[in-house]
Design a protein around this ligand. Structure first.
Ligand code: NAD
Ligand code: DAU
Length: 338
């Protein structure tokens, strides 16, 4: 079995590669990643020299190079993680989100169609459903919730989902789509809430909380996202969408306070800042389809997962320091000091 993992040098794609290498030593895994600011080869350091693993630096929007790779490698399965993934960046500069997330997905599907890939899996997000009100805890996103996007990021991901579905209907492409809630865990880039708050707390810097910190996210440990994708690509039904989420709804301020408590840092580090434009209020996933049809069950509860994630960040300061590139510092300076 030969699997292409695009975006494998990023947070979730990187965790997925570690997961695959451990679980399927007889599979051949190829990563295609452009190594943008969010991609980091160090994430793959412990597996990059394995015989059944190959890293290719390349852009999923580069049709010629992508087709060449498919011609050489003859993939059985393609799992598309490659994306621009940060909502705040999409508000600053939407264009690259459309290019990578929509055109890049199209190029990969064209290549998958041409070279008769047996499964094309699109890693999507719960953000395509928009948001839920804060005062209706009974409401959850199901696979049939209408798409209603808020940010250029979520609009680009929803566009890609529509395109993937169109290729299924029109060209009978063997596709599946997963829509997961917020992930956390090892190797997450410190622009996202949890690793940013851990990093700032460790450095005794302010923790910037948007608005009043009342927005709710449904947190899932990245390992549980990996097990869900594993099940979908092997047992999921062609043409189907699967929601993934672990019933760990938390307000942002609760997450931030948990991190401060765990690190024994004062709440005076919390700094309420201007809210994100178009800020989604609440995400919450109904994962009963993947639980009932494929037998998926998350392993982590948030209390355990956050403790391990904080420890990982403390133990991996070198990894964190090495990704603080000029580009990262430029974005953080501009975004938080405006
Ligand atoms: P990330 O930003 O950490 O990693 C993205 C990776 O894609 C990086 O390695 C980057 O170099 C690569 N990449 C970007 N543009 C590329 C291009 N043009 N060609 C090739 N590679 C390119 O993202 P992540 O948080 O790991 O998210 C991975 C996927 O999962 C995304 O599709 C995202 O929409 C989806 N997702 C993320 C979450 C979450 O909480 N982080 C939740 C649900 C779904
Ligand atoms: O739901 C899945 C999505 O989760 C993924 O599709 C995205 O790729 C991923 O980035 C994530 O999107 P969010 O916007 O929810 O994640 P982020 O970590 O940026 O923010 C989480 C919450 O924390 C959100 O309500 C905004 C808030 N926040 C974030 C940052 C970076 C703050 O209050 N302060 C901050 O500095």
């Amino acid at each position: 079995m030969k699997i292409l993992v695009t975006g494998g040098a990023g947070f979730i794609g990187g965790n997925f590669c570690h997961y695959l290498v451990d679980k399927y030593p007889d599979y051949n895994i190829v990563v295609l990643d452009a190594l943008t600011y969010a991609g980091n080869l160090e994430t793959l350091a412990s597996i990059i020299n394995k015989n059944n693993f190959r890293f290719v630096k390349g852009d999923i929007t580069d049709r010629k190079e992508v087709f060449k790779l498919f011609e050489t490698e003859k993939f059985d399965i393609v799992v598309n993680f490659a994306a621009e993934s940060h909502v705040d960046r999409s508000i600053e500069n939407p264009e690259i989100f459309l290019k990578t997330n929509v055109i890049g997905t199209q190029v990969l599907m064209d290549a998958s169609k041409n070279y008769k890939v047996k499964r094309f899996h699109q890693v999507s997000t719960d953000e395509v459903y928009g948001d839920l009100p804060l005062n209706r805890p009974d409401l959850l996103f199901t696979e049939t919730t209408p798409l209603k996007t808020s940010s250029p990021y979520s609009a680009s991901k929803a566009s890609a989902d529509l395109l993937v579905n169109a290729y299924y209907r029109t060209f009978k492409m063997p596709i599946t789509i997963s829509r997961c809630s917020n992930n956390y865990g090892p190797y997450q880039f410190p622009e996202k809430l949890i690793p940013l708050m851990i990093k700032n707390a460790l450095e005794n810097k302010n923790l910037p909380v948007y608005g009043k910190g009342e927005n709710v996210r449904d947190w899932l440990h990245v390992y549980d996202h990996c097990t869900a994708i594993d099940l979908i690509i092997h047992k999921g039904k062609i043409g189907e969408i699967y929601n993934i989420g672990g019933h760990n709804e938390k307000t942002n301020i609760d997450v931030v306070k948990t991190i401060l408590k765990e690190l024994k840092k004062p709440t005076s580090l919390i700094n309420y800042v201007t809210d994100r434009p178009g800020h989604d209020l609440r995400y919450a996933i109904d994962a009963s389809k993947i639980e009932n049809e494929l037998g998926w069950k998350p392993k982590y509860n948030f209390d355990l997962g956050i403790k391990q994630t904080i420890k990982w960040n403390i133990d991996n300061q070198k990894w964190l320091k090495n990704i603080e590139t000029g580009e990262y510092l430029r974005f953080m300076e501009k975004h938080y000091n405006k």
